[in-house]
Design a protein around this ligand. Structure first.
Ligand code: SIN
Ligand code: FE
Length: 295
């Protein structure tokens, strides 16, 4: 594997479109095939009075990210208060709006179906996070949300590296999803009977986990816990410079964030039916591998 297998570079420099049809086509094909779309000229610029906020001091240290919930407007995970808190929320909302407008211009086939989810601000150095293997995003994994069952919907994420000192963010990207899932599926365990309705009733998940959600969570955990896989699996290093943005289906693409600091990220959910080739979705791949429907 080398970087050209896993990255598609698009030279778009504006958040608000329009995007040429040829770039739209490359974007959709590349994403669905499991490539990272890199936009080397798409920079998100914090305003001058926001620069002081770009520091790990903005965190309340209960978690590694500050998040903005678009449905409630609530900011979580920050130690800031008063005017500084409002300023951070404003910067994150501006990023969310720019990211949403950009995706609608870039991916007209998805536009009406994209559901903007959380916006996150990641001010710390990736290296400075002491974590358990399961929470360690420096290990290759596919994303799955423990509290937010998706029932097969896709996770699409846009990242912008806004490091004020110009530090690149370093990722590693792994093998195709089908190869990974094919190797790990035989090791997975069925969920405990009755656990999905119980987790939902206790409010630990937002709605019931489906079999798909259970499998994706187990794949996430199993990959991160497997030291041998982490060392030996095919993977390529990607350098994502400050001032760039990138977009990727993180439920499909094995990824690890190994070094860097100060990034913004916007998550979107997308129904399978909006894809040009839904058979490339993790749900459909898992169905083919297991010979039956996991949802
Ligand atoms: C992740 O989704 O694993 C983290 C990516 C990042 O923070 O760069
Ligand atoms: Fe991840």
């Amino acid at each position: 594997m080398n970087a050209s297998d896993v990255v598609e570079t698009l030279t778009i420099a504006h958040w608000d479109g329009p995007v040429p049809a040829e770039s739209q086509r490359r974007a959709e094909v590349g994403l669905e095939a499991g490539r990272v779309l890199l936009f080397p000229a798409l920079a998100f610029h914090p305003a001058p009075d926001e620069h002081a906020l770009l520091s790990p001091d903005a965190l309340d240290n209960t978690r590694k990210n500050i998040s903005l919930d678009p449905s409630t407007g609530r900011l979580g995970g920050t130690a800031l208060s008063g005017a500084e808190r409002d300023r951070l929320a404003a910067m994150m909302s501006r990023f969310a709006a720019a990211a949403t407008g950009f995706l609608r211009a870039l991916l007209p086939g998805y536009a009406r179906h994209l559901e903007p989810a959380r916006t996150s601000f990641r001010p710390t150095g990736i290296d400075d996070r002491p974590t358990s293997p399961r929470h360690d995003d420096r290990r290759l994994h596919v994303d799955a949300f423990p509290t937010r069952p998706l029932h097969g919907q896709r996770i699409l994420r846009l990242f912008s590296n806004i490091a004020p000192d110009g530090a690149a963010r370093h990722w590693r990207v792994g093998e195709p999803f089908a190869d990974f899932a094919g190797a790990f599926i035989p090791r997975l365990r069925p969920a405990l009977p009755g656990s999905a309705p119980l987790l939902a009733a206790l409010g630990l998940t937002k709605g019931r986990r489906s079999a798909y959600d259970e499998v994706m969570l187990q794949l996430h955990d199993a990959a991160k816990r497997d030291e041998n896989y982490q060392r030996r699996a095919p993977q390529v290093a990607l350098e994502l410079p400050a001032g760039t943005s990138w977009l990727v289906f993180t439920d499909l693409v094995l990824h690890a964030a190994v070094r860097g600091h100060t990034a913004l990220e916007q998550t979107f959910h997308l129904p399978l039916a909006a894809m040009a080739e839904p058979e490339r979705a993790p749900l459909r791949v898992l169905e083919r591998l297991s010979g039956r429907a996991p949802v």
